[in-house]
Design a protein around this ligand. Structure first.
Ligand code: NDP
Ligand code: AKG
Length: 486
């Protein structure tokens, strides 16, 4: 029997009004801890709905860009306050909708508040440089200007932070936004957009259209009135979006997968390294693009590290993220649950040894729970060492030297985040120089980015651009070089 805890149906937000899709159809968003529980219903929108939102955004942006940065910033400060007031409700919705534990969901929502305040402040900062001209009677300067309408396509694993770290900079620099959130986290996203509505955002400046990626996401990529598209999600979808946007001359930014290594050198503080492998690899049920999925350990401490790791992973409690005692929640969806189990099977078939966990946990509500899994004897040619699993699976790999560890760490298509645990400055310096990763972390886990710093990866992890911090300005603005002569 289906239980509908939250009976609400969430609408699209277009031109400052909540509206039903022209399809008259809705999709249910379910709780991965209790798949029969409907968290809310969202609109199954059509291409026409998306095009309407883009029209509204185009009109809204014309007025929005005329405001001062300080005025735009004040709107974002208001949204931040409202999000903060609604933090408990939004965090709980997130936990119910995609399974992350409540403390993690609260932390993410608080991060959303901080992101909004950071970019609100940007409205008062420099928007260009004075450049000396070779003509002594002229003034030359650069001025950053908005792009126009920005399409934002987001995943389900950070349903508050990612929509905000893309939308807030887009808005502060004078763009209008059309957001298409992941279907599996669209109720949470709709609650975030309610904060913009309550803050009195001008019509058309921010719009929400929910619906299938293949329909709404695809149309965002195709619609020529959308100047730029920012995306986070899988590699296959990202590559497709990038090609589609590029083909029509648009700007795009892709943040995709990772296969992040954590190198544990003989000389490190082993307990800290164990904690980092667990926190970086298994928090959020391993569903972070920055999660540590390959743990590359030097032979001298391999056995000791493995024993300590198993002892600590044994203590992990798996369950509904709303329960206080839960450390790790369910996989976010049936699809993720099945895909992770498939990888665990493949790992065994390929000859890796499953030394801990990896089994589904029987649950009377049918929650998508898995025991955290640890594989030993993993070699670099195995799928579990090469592909993003996006689940609670750690692959242990043994090496003799730190040089070998770095080579192994680089032997994947991805290059998002990488850590080393070591006290040896030579090892640390060669790691900083030689690792192919956009985020280079020393004695710290691979996950957990800071909102004021550039975020993005190398190789297949990103499209060479960076988001967050000041890097966001590069993507969400273009430049005019102005030459003034009296
Ligand atoms: N880098 C990261 O942070 C993330 C990586 N992933 C990786 O991707 C795997 C699959 O997850 P999944 O949710 O399917 O990821 P997707 O890349 O398919 O989804 C990400 C976003 O893209 C949308 N989308 C889907 N298809 C299209 C399309 N053809 N055109 C435009 N937009 C589209 C989705 O919409 P809709 O939800 O409606 O399908 C969602 O909003 C995971 O197992 C993980 O490996 C997933 C999420 C985040
Ligand atoms: O590690 C983090 O804080 C961010 C991770 C992230 O951006 C992602 O998983 O998409």
């Amino acid at each position: 029997m289906k239980t509908t805890m939250e009976t609400r149906t969430f609408l699209n937000y277009i031109n400052g009004k909540w509206s039903e899709s022209s399809s008259n159809e809705v999709t249910e968003s379910n709780n991965p801890a209790k798949p029969n529980e409907v968290v809310g219903k969202i609109q199954s929108s059509t291409k026409q709905d998306l095009d309407n939102a883009v029209q509204a955004a185009e009109a809204g942006q014309k007025k929005w860009k005329k405001m001062t940065g300080a005025e735009r910033g004040n709107y974002l400060f208001k949204v931040a306050d409202i999000l903060e007031q609604n933090l408990e409700d939004i965090a709980e919705t997130m936990t119910r909708e995609m399974g992350k534990t409540l403390p993690e969901a609260k932390g993410e929502t608080a991060r959303g508040v901080a992101i909004l305040r950071y970019y609100a402040g940007e409205g008062m900062r420099s928007e260009g440089d004075v450049i000396p001209s070779t003509d002594s009677s002229a003034l030359m300067f650069s001025k950053r200007v908005p792009l126009g309408v920005v399409g934002v396509i987001t995943p389900w694993n950070f349903p508050v932070a990612i929509p905000l770290w893309k939308s807030a900079p887009a808005l502060i620099y004078g763009n209008a936004v059309v957001l298409k959130p992941a279907t599996e986290a669209a109720v949470t996203a709709a609650k975030v957009i309610e904060c913009f509505d309550k803050a009195g955002f001008p019509e058309g400046v921010i719009n929400l259209v929910t619906g299938k990626g293949s329909v709404i996401g695809q149309r965002i990529a195709e619609n020529e009135q959308i100047t730029a598209v920012t995306f986070t999600g899988s590699n296959s979808t990202g590559q497709h979006i990038g090609k589609t946007v590029a083909a029509r001359g648009g700007k795009y930014q892709l943040e995709m997968g990772g296969k992040n290594p954590l190198i544990v050198a003989d000389d490190c503080d082993i307990d800290l390294a164990v904690d980092a492998a667990i926190s970086g690899g298994l928090k959020s049920t391993g569903q972070k693009c920055t999660c540590s999925s390959r743990v590359i350990v030097q032979a001298g401490i391999y056995e000791k590290f493995k024993q300590k790791l198993i002892a600590k992973v044994e203590e992990i409690t798996v369950g509904d993220g709303l329960n206080e005692n839960t450390w790790m929640g369910p996989c976010a969806s049936k699809g993720q649950y099945e895909s992770v189990q498939e990888y665990i099977k493949i790992g065994q078939e390929e000859g890796a040894e499953l030394i801990f966990g990896g089994r589904p946990i029987n649950d009377e509500d049918g929650g998508y729970y898995l025991e955290p899994a640890i594989f030993d004897h993993v070699s670099t040619n195995m799928k579990i060492a090469q592909e993003e699993i996006f689940g609670p699976v750690l692959a242990l790999m043994k090496v003799d030297t730190v040089e070998e560890a770095i080579d192994l760490a680089n032997d994947v298509d991805f290059g998002l985040s990488a850590s080393i645990f070591s006290k040896n400055i030579d090892h640390i310096l060669s790691f900083i120089d030689d690792i192919d990763a956009g985020l280079v972390r020393i004695n710290s886990e691979t996950a957990g980015v800071e909102l004021q710093a550039p975020f993005g990866g190398m190789k297949a992890s990103s499209s060479y651009s960076r988001e967050q911090g000041q890097a966001a300005k590069e993507f969400f603005t273009t430049m005019k070089t102005v030459f003034v002569k009296g």
